[in-house]
Design a protein around this ligand. Structure first.
Ligand SMILES: NC(=O)c1ccc[n+]([C@@H]2O[C@H](COP(=O)([O-])OP(=O)(O)OC[C@H]3O[C@@H](n4cnc5c(N)ncnc54)[C@H](OP(=O)(O)O)[C@@H]3O)[C@@H](O)[C@H]2O)c1
Length: 272
């Protein structure tokens, strides 16, 4: 039997799904993942069971969370979820010394970056990237007509030029001469409806987010190219001693045209 239910919400404007399920006579329900939202958090499941409905929980739970990782992350932590994207040569350079970086990766990888942007509510860069590249930070995949990610620019001193491409895209501009705190940003953005942020800036902003332990996923596009020298490395700053490295768990490796795409996250005790 197929029963169409109105989407549930948590503010009382639509009735709970549980009422519709119980009154429809459904006798078995399969739940992927329990909604961590404290306003819900398993209460619907308890009501279904109390009404005699058989409920199985945790079926394809990982897949369900992967379909909307920012939602689950925000409900658990109160913060927006961050994907740090890096596009570098095989030897780890994201730009040449003269600042040129277009294009390090292949058209196929760039197309994939647009798909990745489409999975996020916002794309964040430092002002250095705006001034060097004047990017649009939008999704330009053919046929895409969903909402565009909101551009966010972070700066200490430099201003967003009014003629820059993103100036016309209702950007959020975050400026603080003492440095913008990434964690404070991630706690604020959900109030603007932004739960998933792709950090797509240069090495300086990447370092700021890594130092603040504010990166949940890293997506690296490794181009089938060797720079053969040091221009701009993916992450700014020093790598002073070997012990400073942090292990990551690589979740996925995909070949994209002549390039490789790697999805990784910092290894936690649960991975050990
Ligand atoms: N291959 C790639 O994936 C990729 C992606 C993006 C950019 N790039 C390249 O990277 C180069 C630009 O590098 P970049 O390091 O200058 O770019 P960036 O990290 O995007 O911007 C750096 C600027 O952002 C501001 N900023 C960074 N962290 C901040 C914080 N915590 N609080 C406040 N402001 C902060 C500072 O602005 P103030 O100057 O105002 O202090 C800083 O100078 C360009 O050559 C570009 O082509 C490559």
């Amino acid at each position: 039997m197929v029963v169409t239910l109105e989407p549930c919400d948590h503010d009382g404007t639509t009735p709970p799904c549980t009422d519709a399920i119980i009154s429809s006579g459904i006798d078995r329900v399969v739940v992927g993942a329990v909604d961590p939202d404290p306003r819900v958090s398993g209460r619907g499941i308890a009501r279904l069971r109390a009404a005699g409905v058989e409920v199985e929980v945790g079926v394809l739970a990982n897949e369900v969370e992967r379909a909307d990782p920012a939602y689950f992350h925000h409900r658990r932590t109160g913060r927006a979820r961050v994907t740090l994207k890096v596009a570098s040569t095989l030897d780890g350079q994201v730009a040449a010394l003269d600042g040129t970086s277009r294009w390090i990766t292949s058209p196929e990888s760039r197309e994939d970056v647009h798909r990745l942007r489409a999975e996020h509510d916002a794309v964040l860069v430092g002002i250095g990237t705006v001034l060097a590249d004047d990017p649009t930070l939008d999704v330009r995949t053919a046929g895409y007509d969903w909402p565009q990610p909101r551009p966010i620019v972070v700066a200490r001193h430099r201003s967003l030029p009014s003629h820059s491409r993103i100036a016309g895209r209702d950007p959020i501009v975050l400026t603080d001469p003492d440095g913008v705190d990434p964690i404070a940003v991630l706690e604020r953005l959900p109030h603007d409806g932004i739960l998933g942020v792709m950090v797509e800036g240069g090495p300086t902003i990447a370092r700021a987010f890594l130092d603040a332990d504010a990166v949940d996923e890293i997506v690296v596009y490794l181009a089938g190219r060797i720079a053969g020298g040091v221009g701009l490395p993916a992450i700014a700053g020093d790598f002073s001693t070997l012990a400073d490295n942090r292990p990551v768990t690589i979740d996925e490796v995909t070949r994209i045209g002549p390039d490789v795409r790697i999805s990784a996250r910092f290894t936690t005790q649960e991975d050990a």
